[in-house]
Write a protein that binds this ligand. Structure first.
Ligand code: ADP
Ligand code: MG
Length: 442
């Protein structure tokens, strides 16, 4: 609990904090503000809502030379909404500093008024990468005297494909600038970005997930992995689990092996077509598949719901990947379990135990998924689906799970037991008086 007053901040900034009712720093502010104010490059990671905007916002304002008239800080955000939010926070923080100019430059807004605004040089520019790059190229915006460059939600910008734009933008900046990266996840891509954009960066991380994850490391020799895996599944009986492999081939083979012995498993890897990925993710989310076998790359950036068990069927090659994998359990304050199979050649992150002995038995998901080849385009709604299932196939609401309606397709989770009995009735269903192809994936 450290007060802001311990930081070397100008009186108008302290006054603004006071008027906001903010007296003590959040943990990420406490860790990142001192090095930011001292001019160091910082990579900061903390979950959403931990106060990152104020961390870089105060840092940027603390380092400004108000009397100079040039662009001293450039803040990139992945979306317009976020740029507006950041600019709003900066305006609030700087309300007691006279004549400070903050400008937002985002795509989707007309360019002409932006050019006009730039004639009065702002101290701080906030915006989205495409439009900022356009202004830099036109030289309506110049950053020859830039002091601080901020990438907010850097991980999201990477996911949105802004890497190239970020590089091009950087080429227009004063090479002497301080560079700050803020993100919610800490993984190889964040580390790579830091390597490319920063010098001697201090990494500040506040990950709370690993604290609540129970971890075990089981020693295996080659040829024992599958048996050990089956024993662990029988012992821990997950309702949903992600099993990580290092390669696409391993994912494919393991999924086939697991299905062969009766587990309800689906595979996610980079070679899948978009519709196949959707099938897989829907089946996992609606509890038609209990085990998701995945590569790191395929699982990156996906909003996969919280799972109760993670298994590293092979150890990842670096600790960042390991942390990222086990962070997929124990979300939102729930506890989770992460198990790793470690052979004598692999790196472990904890003490090795012998594998648990348990009689293997197949894990069966509670639901199956019905796919209807009709979606938003055909104006299919939840009510149409529920109605048809009830009236024509006699399936009660209690047997129907998650319904996902996409552009051209809809997915309905139905209790496995109900589906076995009503299979024919379902495959011949009519929706809105029309016959669409209907099939069951399992
Ligand atoms: P993040 O970017 O980490 O997702 P935000 O910067 O949007 O989080 O902050 C989340 C909320 O916390 C905001 O409403 C902000 O006003 C508030 N906040 C930030 N710092 C403090 C603080 N030191 N004391 C109290 N509230 C704070
Ligand atoms: Mg933020």
């Amino acid at each position: 609990m450290t007060p802001f007053s311990t930081l070397p901040l100008q009186p108008p900034l302290l006054q603004a904090l006071d008027s906001l009712g903010f007296s003590v720093m959040t943990p990420i502010q406490q860790e990142s503000l001192p090095p930011i104010i001292s001019g160091r490059d910082v990579l900061a990671q903390a979950k959403t809502g931990s106060g990152k905007t104020l961390a870089f916002g105060l840092g940027v304002l603390a380092r400004l030379e108000y009397e100079r008239s040039d662009v001293q800080a450039l803040i990139l955000t992945p979306t317009r909404e976020l740029a507006d939010q950041v600019a709003q926070t900066l305006r609030t923080l700087s309300r007691f500093i006279p004549n400070l100019k903050i400008l937002t430059l985002c795509g989707g807004a007309p360019v002409k008024p932006q050019r006009a605004s730039l004639l009065h040089t702002p101290h701080i520019v906030v915006g989205t990468p495409g439009r900022i790059l356009q202004h830099l190229r036109e030289e309506s915006l110049t950053c020859n005297a830039l002091r601080t460059f901020v990438l907010d939600e850097a991980d999201r910008m990477l996911d949105m494909g802004f890497l190239e734009d970020m590089h091009k933008i950087r080429a227009h900046l004063n090479p002497q600038h301080q560079s700050l990266l803020f993100c919610a996840t800490y993984d190889e891509s964040a580390l790579a970005l830091s390597q490319e954009f920063q010098r001697d960066a201090l990494h500040v991380r506040l990950t709370e997930a690993p604290n609540t994850v129970e971890t075990h490391f089981y020693g295996v020799h080659e040829g024992e992995r599958f048996e050990c895996l089956n024993a662990l599944l029988a012992h821990f009986k997950p309702e949903s689990a992600i099993l990580f492999c290092n390669t696409k081939i391993a994912v494919h083979d393991l999924c086939a092996q697991l299905r062969k012995v009766g587990h309800s498993a689906v595979a996610l890897h980079g070679d899948l077509e978009q519709y196949e990925r959707t099938d897989v993710l829907v089946q996992f989310a609606n509890r038609s598949a209990t085990l998701l076998i995945a590569t790191d790359l395929a699982a990156r950036g996906l909003d996969i719901p919280s799972v109760d068990l993670i298994i590293n069927t092979e150890m990842p090659h670096d600790e960042a990947t390991y942390t990222h994998r086990i962070g997929r359990t124990a979300r939102a304050g729930r506890s989770g379990i992460a198990l790793s199979l470690v052979d004598p050649h692999e790196k472990t992150y904890g003490p090795i135990e012998p594998c648990i002995k348990a009689q293997a038995h197949p894990i069966c998901a509670p639901n199956m998924t019905v796919v209807i080849e009709a979606g938003k385009k055909q104006k299919l709604r939840k009510g149409d689906i529920l109605g048809a299932l009830a009236q024509e196939a006699g399936i009660e609401a209690g047997q129907i799970g998650q319904i996902d309606i996409y552009e051209h397709q809809s997915y309905v989770a139905i209790a496995r037991g109900a589906l076995y009995v009503k299979r024919h009735a379902i495959e011949t269903l009519r929706f809105k008086g029309r016959k669409f192809p209907v099939w069951i994936i399992n």
